[in-house]
Write a protein that binds this ligand. Structure first.
Ligand SMILES: NC(=O)C1=CN([C@@H]2O[C@H](COP(=O)(O)OP(=O)(O)OC[C@H]3O[C@@H](n4cnc5c(N)ncnc54)[C@H](OP(=O)(O)O)[C@@H]3O)[C@@H](O)[C@H]2O)[C@@H](O)CC1
Ligand SMILES: [K+]
Length: 236
């Protein structure tokens, strides 16, 4: 039996509830989400094997998860590089950026070039709020992900996939199939089309909330922040 999925509207409503009546701050949720992303990366390939990780960060909270993950990866012994082309003035992002700068984690403007040199790529460009056609400056980045020979770990969604209906038939994301995915809180409907290694993380929801939003708390073990499941969310 696969874990139940959480559609984009329900995911946004859950986020809203966690940050209002749930009394969480966005920083807390993002920290746990980003920590889970870094743990999935470690489970896929430790820094002794693949030290160089290129983290592509979009303008929303999916990008924020990428910035947090990069900080943890640095502390785990990786050499992360950040691509973060569309930075908002939001002070949270400013602080996440400063934290990375103080660790001397480099930022690059050349995603396409860097993507050929790195050992793994983390796709933290778009998450559950992505919709429509990919707008500038991201088409070239999505195309590079689709054509990448370097393995890719996607955060919450392969960027450019429709959250409900999966991979695009056309455009820069055509043929984009990341090697791995970490779903946050719960898999999204797009996992029906996903074929790679699949983790779930973002361990901040109890059974009561999960029942209300009709998804399952994944079978985390012990103190783990992630659990590996089947491509479509089946329990392994
Ligand atoms: N509870 C959880 O599980 C938690 C989940 N978290 C994470 O939050 C993620 C959701 O974050 P989110 O809602 O901020 O939006 P997200 O998906 O990053 O992207 C939206 C941005 O992309 C842009 N954009 C959209 N469409 C576009 C297009 N066609 N072409 C180009 N740009 C486009 C749009 O920018 P705009 O164009 O409007 O300036 C907007 O800023 C979620 O997936 C998970 O990773 C945790 O951090 C916290 C707890
Ligand atoms: K993503």
């Amino acid at each position: 039996m696969a874990l139940r999925t959480l559609g984009p509207k329900a995911a946004a409503a859950l986020d809203e509830e966690l940050m209002s009546s749930g009394a969480f701050s966005i920083d807390q949720l993002m920290e746990l989400a980003g920590l889970a992303v870094s743990q999935a990366m470690y489970a896929l390939s430790p820094p002794s094997k693949t030290p160089n990780i290129l983290v592509a960060c979009g303008p929303g909270n999916n990008g924020g998860d990428g910035l947090v993950a990069a900080r943890h990866l640095f502390h785990f012994g990786y050499k992360p590089t950040i691509y973060f082309p569309k930075q908002t003035k939001n002070e949270l992002y400013g602080r996440l950026r400063t934290q990375l700068e103080q660790l001397k984690v480099p930022f690059t403007d050349d995603f396409v070039g860097e993507a050929k040199r790195t050992d793994w790529i983390i796709d933290a460009i778009f998450g559950f709020s992505f919709s429509g056609e990919v707008r500038e400056p991201f088409p070239a980045v999505i195309k590079a992900l689709a054509e990448s020979k370097v393995p890719v770990l996607a955060v919450d969604a392969p960027s450019s996939w429709n959250i409900d209906s999966g991979p695009p038939d056309d455009g820069p994301g055509k043929g984009y199939n990341p090697d791995a995915l970490i779903s946050l809180t719960a898999p999204k409907p797009l996992v029906k089309w996903f074929k790679g290694r699949h983790f779930v993380g973002g361990r901040f929801v109890g059974k009561e909330i999960a029942n209300k939003y009709e998804f399952d708390v994944p079978p985390y073990k012990g103190s783990d922040q992630i659990v590996e499941v089947g491509s479509h969310g089946e329990k392994l």
